[in-house]
Design a protein around this ligand. Sequence first.
Ligand SMILES: Cc1cc2nc3c(=O)[nH]c(=O)nc-3n(C[C@H](O)[C@H](O)[C@H](O)COP(=O)(O)O)c2cc1C
Length: 177
Amino acid sequence: MKILIFAGSLRVDSVNKKNAREAVRLTSELGAEAEFIDLRDYPMPPYDGDIEAQGIPEIVKKLSAKIAAVDALIISTPEYNASIPGTLKNVIDWLSRDKPVTMNDKHLLLLAASPGMFGGMRALWHSRQPFEQLGVHVYPEMLGLKDAYNAFDASGKLKDDKGLKTLIEKFIKHVGK
Ligand SMILES: Cc1cc2nc3c(=O)[nH]c(=O)nc-3n(C[C@H](O)[C@H](O)[C@H](O)COP(=O)(O)O)c2cc1C
């Protein structure tokens, strides 16, 4: 089983990238093949129909192809203004224009990380909607990491990874059914 894992944040010190990298470690430990990608390596312009009219950008096709090659995705998203960050929504919008949409019928586990006490829960609920619109099977359970600036040790490991490990284990079993 192959799982592609990334964060909906671009910045180098992103807690969502740390969370995504921890998801890679745990997924591998649980016996599935995990690959981390950084959205910085997939720079997409803000969606613009005039750009699309000249052809889907190669970088969009590259990410579409990566998604086509896996069974499932795990995404850790920040929460911006109580919702999905524009960076992630822009990626979803571009991917939805490259037909056939490779996310369709894939499984997705949604995670979030936030320094606040709600763990990005509102971003999780708002993120479900565009993915489900594209026929993605979003796993019913989601996990928001609260107080995320204090949740990782100096090496980037989660101080307490039990909740994430249990959830990924359930997700892997579900995808394998
Ligand atoms: C434009 C903007 C809006 C934000 N809105 C929220 C919010 O609604 N809820 C929240 O928990 N954090 C909010 N934050 C704080 C982010 O959770 C914080 O910057 C976090 O570190 C972003 O994730 P990252 O570390 O993975 O980049 C916001 C940050 C920015 C830049």
